[in-house]
Design a protein around this ligand. Structure first.
Ligand SMILES: [Zn+2]
Ligand SMILES: [Zn+2]
Length: 235
């Protein structure tokens, strides 16, 4: 460890994103060994589209994905939105957002690399509305995308826009959530090509990702894969 890092580690100890225990200053993932072992990972058989856990031997695509025919080709989601994962996502606004997003990006990139890394040409992300961005000061999906770009060595391109005045997805019922994205999101006036990895923070109904994936396909992309930090259980 360099001298200035030693000083920094004393003045500003680095803490684990998930349990806030002090960790080594050189740990780039900011996830302590205990959390790395015990995070609520999505394990076993999963839906080939949305990554939600399914029973071994059941259909490879879950009933929700079969009903809604999501236009994305597959997903990379490392965690279930529960316990320490839920807490870390909710805590993001109170702590070092760059560090939190780096940990989330590390977990997503790890999943992408483990799953055999389909050819991906670039990364993009779900935008906030100008009003939403002013209120929060940053877009966590953009920060996660930017960190993923560094780890996977891929360009990150802003491709979508979200307009003001449409209700927040979290304030709506499940059926309203399915209709809302069509009024909120638009593609930028650019021509795209190749395979894109579309990043958001949480997977809930998949309706925002589904609509924005169809926009990216209309803009010229051949394939869209999605990646989120954590998946909210449908129950
Ligand atoms: Zn920890
Ligand atoms: Zn599914």
């Amino acid at each position: 460890m360099a001298f200035y890092e030693k000083i920094l580690s004393i003045l500003l100890p680095k803490k684990c994103t998930f349990c806030r225990k002090v960790i080594s200053y050189t740990d780039k993932t900011c996830i302590c060994p205990d959390c790395r072992e015990s995070l609520p990972y999505i394990k076993g058989a999963v839906c080939a589209k949305c990554s939600s856990p399914r029973h071994e031997g059941s259909m490879p695509i879950c009933s929700t994905c079969r009903t809604y025919r999501h236009p994305f080709s597959g997903s990379f989601t490392p965690l279930l939105y529960e316990g320490s994962a839920r807490k870390a996502v909710l805590n993001l606004k109170f702590h070092n957002k760059e560090q939190f997003c780096r940990s989330f990006a590390f977990l997503i990139a790890d999943k992408v690399l483990k799953k055999g890394f389909p050819h991906i040409d670039f990364i993009t992300y779900i935008p906030l509305s100008p009003k939403g961005l002013r209120a929060r000061g940053y877009n966590q999906s953009e920060l996660i995308a930017s960190e993923c770009g560094k780890i996977l060595n891929l360009p990150v391109i802003s491709t979508l826009k979200r307009i003001n005045g449409t209700p927040k997805q979290s304030s709506l019922s499940f059926s309203e959530r399915r209709k809302n994205p069509k009024k909120s999101f638009f593609g930028k006036d650019i021509k795209l090509s190749g395979t894109v990895l579309l990043i958001d923070d949480i997977y809930t109904t998949g309706s925002t990702l589904s609509h924005t994936a169809s926009l990216l396909l209309k803009m010229g992309c051949d394939k869209v894969y999605i990646a989120t930090v954590a998946l909210k259980s449908k129950k």
